[in-house]
Design a protein around this ligand. Structure first.
Ligand code: KE4
Length: 430
């Protein structure tokens, strides 16, 4: 596979950007090869600077549930750009996106648009602390909620991939307010909340974990979290930056029937442009400036281009049959990968919820950070490289999700499974 252009671009990038990238996991450090620089994308395909084509399962880490550059979204964004790219003033478009989100997501009575998932989560945490007057927050090991200081404690995603889940630069005095518990361990949560009665402002959880790889909630986990946070009068925050509009049109809270107090969204609601959202109970959101004293602001919040992409994306997702198709494609890929690993005698565990999944190179089960960490990351790296050489672009980390979109065809899935069978056989030989 020709990689001359990507190599040259990476050398240039390394001279001016840390690691040559603008987000760490893109540097391919965990998979022992150099990153491919992407020139364009359409549907389920990526095309790199050397002209190589790939079936893409990163999908920009989740936003592109409709595939790359869906025509209606591109057309609408182009039209919006011609009307001006940002006004720093309210627009009808923001109202439209906010109304669509309030209508879709059970917990969200009021919303505030921001420009990233990190911003959404840090604002929701500030709001929970202001509402309760307390400082402590509880997150789960292996969950990633963006790179705000308070949340870089036993964080997942790139922090877990690079082995820096507790980043330097976070003041100890701040980190001490962040407590962690193993995902799916409701007993540990109960002991922490009981042991620190009156200290906790909120519990924040990925209702389906996506940042230690995909880890579904145990059947009663989310319900019990809801009961406990009600009992101790603690704000329950669902970080649905990945799961929002991914696992159902109303997100994981609609799929599992558990309603948090606050929800954070990102990725899909921007249709590939920068949008984050936090929102929830009206009595909490009324504390947000300028209604209330909790300050949060953003130059490009509600930006007309990004909001246009979001509105057009949600309009297409509302069409009937979309989530049935995502479920079906996800099932075909997940079951096919499981079968191929089993037939090759490779110890692997496939965790999947709808169109998001992870193949862990461990016998499993994978139910939390500790069991995810048992995965053979070298085997994953070999699998990744064998798939990449066959034109399949997976997440460059064992601890991320693969995403199927409505643009992935049965032929893409068949090509992927054929490549996986060859990759597993290669693993067996080496
Ligand atoms: P952003 O600030 O990257 O928009 O969102 C942060 C975030 C918050 N919450 C969850 C559940 C998330 O998954 C994320 C970001 N996800 C990672 C990938 N798992 C983004 C990819 C990257 O960091 O390059």
């Amino acid at each position: 596979m020709k990689t001359t252009a990507s190599k040259k671009l990476f050398e240039a990038a390394l001279r001016v950007m840390p690691g040559g990238v603008n987000s760490p996991v893109r540097a391919f450090k965990a998979v022992g090869t150099l990153p491919h620089f992407i020139a364009r994308a359409k549907g389920a395909k990526l095309y790199d600077a050397d002209g190589n084509a790939f079936v893409d399962y990163v999908m920009s880490w989740g936003p592109l549930v409709l595939g790359h550059a869906p025509a209606p979204v591109v057309k609408a964004v182009a039209r919006a750009a011609a009307r001006g790219t940002s006004y720093g003033a309210p627009t009808a478009l923001e109202v439209q996106l906010a109304e669509m989100i309030v209508e879709a997501v059970p917990s969200m009575e009021r919303v505030r648009l921001v420009s990233s998932g990190t911003e959404a989560v840090m604002s929701a945490i500030r709001l929970a602390r202001a509402y309760t007057g307390r400082d402590a927050i509880l997150k789960f090991e292996g969950c990633y909620h963006g790179h705000a200081d308070s949340l870089l404690v036993k964080a997942g995603s790139g922090a877990m991939t690079l082995g820096i889940p507790d980043s330097p630069g976070v003041p100890a005095d701040l980190a001490r307010h962040t407590f962690t518990a193993p995902y799916n361990d409701i007993g540990a949560v109960e002991r922490l909340l009981e042991g620190h009665r009156g200290n906790f402002a909120c519990v924040i959880v990925e209702p389906v974990a996506g940042n230690m790889g995909v880890v579904p909630p145990h059947p009663d986990f989310l319900n019990r979290l809801r009961d406990l946070t009600h009992h101790y009068r603690i704000v329950l925050i669902f970080d649905e930056v990945i799961t929002g509009f991914r696992v159902a049109y109303g997100g994981a809270q609609a799929r599992y029937g558990v309603t948090p107090d606050l929800t954070c969204l990102g990725k899909i609601i921007g249709g590939g442009l920068p949008v984050g959202v936090y929102g929830g109970r009206a009595d909490l959101m009324k504390l947000i400036a300028p209604d209330g004293p909790v300050y949060q602001a953003g130059t490009l919040s509600g930006n007309p281009l990004a909001v246009t992409a979001g509105v057009e994306t949600l309009k297409l997702l509302k069409k009937s049959g979309v989530y049935r198709q995502l479920e079906e494609r996800g099932r075909q890929l997940g079951e096919g990968l499981s079968r191929a690993a089993r037939e090759a005698g490779i110890a692997a565990t496939l965790n999947r919820v709808g169109s998001m999944m992870t193949l862990f190179f461990t016998p499993g089960p994978v139910t939390d950070y500790a069991s995810a960490k048992k995965s053979d990351t070298q085997a994953y790296a070999k699998f990744f490289r064998a798939m990449l050489s066959q034109g399949i672009y997976l997440a460059p980390s064992q601890f991320e999700a693969a995403f199927v979109s409505t643009a992935h065809t049965p032929a893409d899935i068949a090509k992927t499974l054929k490549a996986a069978r060859a990759a597993f056989n290669k693993l067996k030989i080496n």
